[in-house]
Design a protein around this ligand. Structure first.
Ligand SMILES: [Fe+2]
Length: 287
């Protein structure tokens, strides 16, 4: 598996606080069958002043430490880039980073306030030749009021990354609801851990993948954690990669948008045996 959103670099943001934690997180990822991780610290003006060159240096240093420890994990550069003015100029100058220097870039909108001119922002990015990857819309407090716009963005070429833990209930039932809704509507291109530490928000891509496979099938789960992420690492155009599978879920149940976003949802919990079996197959597949 390939994890393209992870706050693994020590001391750069609210992710791994030190090298020891970063190494523990890396071991956790490898144990789950993860082979590549994009180091994606926050870039948020006024809060996290990370810049492209510093992220590249930190990624090289951590890769050296992993190699020294014999942890078989390949790191690539990236950033969790918050929406801000001059985004395209920042990418062109190298202040902001795409994923593995590809055309794909993580874009994180504000969590509690819907940004104005959302469509214009993404249109500008795509016009400049980038593929924006909107991060975890299922966790945004304003998703209910902008859900149709998010779907329109997907139709126009924006990719969506959902957090693995959203599918396991780690962020609550409302977030679980939106994660499944997006998945069922064929709006999810990637899942990623967005891990921040080794305990509270640890690398958990396997658990998310298991839950997704239960809902929508093993092949699409593989596309979410391997096929499309590998396409990003190779900077392949979106048109050459499989589009998201659209369906009502592996068990055929449909999900309706509720009046409020706190609607009832039965995702169906995978059995321990089923999870283990699927994880084993994935590990064999991805090694
Ligand atoms: Fe993040």
């Amino acid at each position: 598996m390939i994890d393209l959103h992870c706050h693994l670099l020590p001391g750069l943001d609210d992710g791994a606080p030190n090298l020891a934690t970063a190494l523990t997180m890396a071991r956790q990822a490898v144990e789950q069958g993860v082979t590549h991780v994009a180091c994606t610290p926050h870039i948020l003006p006024g809060v996290y002043h990370n810049r492209g060159p510093g992220i590249r240096n930190a990624t090289r240093s951590l890769q050296d430490a992993l190699d020294h420890e014999g942890i078989p994990l390949q790191l690539v550069t990236g950033a969790d880039v918050h929406m801000a003015p001059n985004f395209v100029a920042g990418l062109k100058s190298g202040e902001l980073l795409t994923l593995a220097d590809s055309r794909y870039v993580l874009v994180e909108p504000p969590h509690n306030v819907a940004p104005p001119r959302l469509e214009q922002f993404f249109f500008n990015l795509m016009t400049a030749g980038y593929v924006p990857v909107l991060t975890h819309p299922e966790r945004l407090s304003w998703i209910l009021s902008r859900y149709e716009i998010i779907k329109k963005l997907v139709q126009s070429g924006v990719w969506i990354q959902v957090t693995a833990g959203s599918f396991t209930g780690a962020f609550g039932r409302t977030t679980l609801y939106w994660a499944v809704q997006l998945l069922d509507e064929g709006c999810v291109h990637l899942i990623a851990s967005d891990a921040h530490d080794a305990e509270r928000r640890p690398p958990n891509l396997a658990a998310g993948c298991d839950a997704v496979a239960k809902r929508i099938g093993a092949q699409e789960a593989e596309h979410l954690v391997f096929t499309r992420p590998m396409g990003i690492l190779k900077d392949q155009p979106p048109s050459s990669l499989p589009g998201p599978f659209r369906g009502a879920g592996a068990d055929g149940e449909s999900v309706e948008i509720p009046e409020s976003s706190g609607g009832r949802l039965d995702l169906g919990r995978p059995t321990a045996r089923g999870v283990r079996g699927f994880s084993d197959r994935l590990r064999r597949l991805f090694r």
